[in-house]
Design a protein around this ligand. Sequence first.
Ligand code: SF4
Length: 468
Amino acid sequence: MSGFFGVAAKQDCVFDLFFGIDYHSHLGTRRGGIAVYGERGFDRSIHNIENSPFRTKFDKEIQEMSGTLGIGCISDYEPQPLMVRSHHGTYALTTISKINNIDELTTILFEHGHSHFLEMSGGDINATELVAALINQKENLIEGIQYALDMVDGSLSILLMTSAGIYAARDKHGRTPVVIGRKADAFCASFENFAYKNLGYTDYKELGPGEIVILTDKNCITLVHPGEEMKICTFLWVYYGYPSSSYEGLSVEQMRYNCGAKMAKRDHVKPDIVAGVPDSGIAHAIGYANESGIPFSRPFIKYTPTWPRSFMPTIQSQRNLIAKMKLIALEDLIRDKSLLLIDDSIVRGTQLRETTEFLYESGAKEVHIRPACPPLLYGCKYLNFSRSSSEMDLITRRVIDRLEHGKVQDDILKEYANPESEKYEHMVEEIRKELNFTTLRFNRLDDMLDAVGIDKCKLCTYCWDGRE
Ligand code: SF4
């Protein structure tokens, strides 16, 4: 994922911009960037944030920056914001995107006279540069932004800053949010709505799918009205949204309580304690404990002082080791106890198996696992989602592949998605055995969607049921 933030203000906006971007640090681990526009024109800076937080990389630099307009990002992949000079004039651009049809789009652009793209290390094209090239195909910025939103297969949201203001555009299916905040003499645009609350802004509006607005210090004007069809990512609430955020009017924390309560209502085991895998599992576990009356406790604690963010090496075995090192077991709370443990989801299963082993080694009698979402059967094709790089990384797909002797068709996968089917039960039992849990019960899709509570046809559920 990635996150972005932008401000249009009467006075200097750098302070707001710096903290507004910083509040998106949970959404990316690779690059941080800021671009401002003021009396001295455009100024821009990008840093690698893989091993140190955004704030420490920019806190000196921003003392030198000034401007009344600014945009910035925490990017999980490409360096951005980019500064672009085109027939539209100069603009700064930052995006949240996953572009599945990069090859097709580059071919179209080359056919229309675009001469080249700079390659990043690794040979990929910078997706934000590709979006700039699409925007530059049209006569004016509004048509250009609309064209880019239409042409991208995957998802795309945009902040684009000119000397006149900041254009904010939400993905055409609204997979990720864009919200607008307001205070006296300033407007801001943000992925997370909590990012501007401590800066004195209040909620102004949430952009609808495909909506484009322009922000100045005085106004937020809609340039393109929202479309009808919405498919916001349900995983935002389950896992990667920050607990203090809310989307479409529903708080992430509240949704997790609802999810936990739904799971408790269907459950029959009687463990001694309910616990959550930090961080996102905690709120689901609180919901479960409150509904069931079984005490909530924290049998392992995340060591936060020197792990303020995830340093994530690219090698999977090292990632697992680091995930483990961050958790410290409290043996007194574990020994001779039957534990029910809630995690947001099971992706590969490696970390949860190791956590379970570690609980047994610390004296746990039983470890019952309750993922807060249904089995993940399809890799996400809409968001740049670092947790799963290929569908065969998913433990469900490996188990199904084994059970079906390598012959997995889409209609068979649909059967595995049905919690009433024998195939589903068989798959869950195989996963339970492989990961050595006492019992395993996934949350159901209908319960999870009820926990969100908004119109179900507005929610993306592709990774669980393959519905586009
Ligand atoms: S496929 Fe899953 S992770 Fe991807 S957008 Fe849809 S709900 Fe979110």
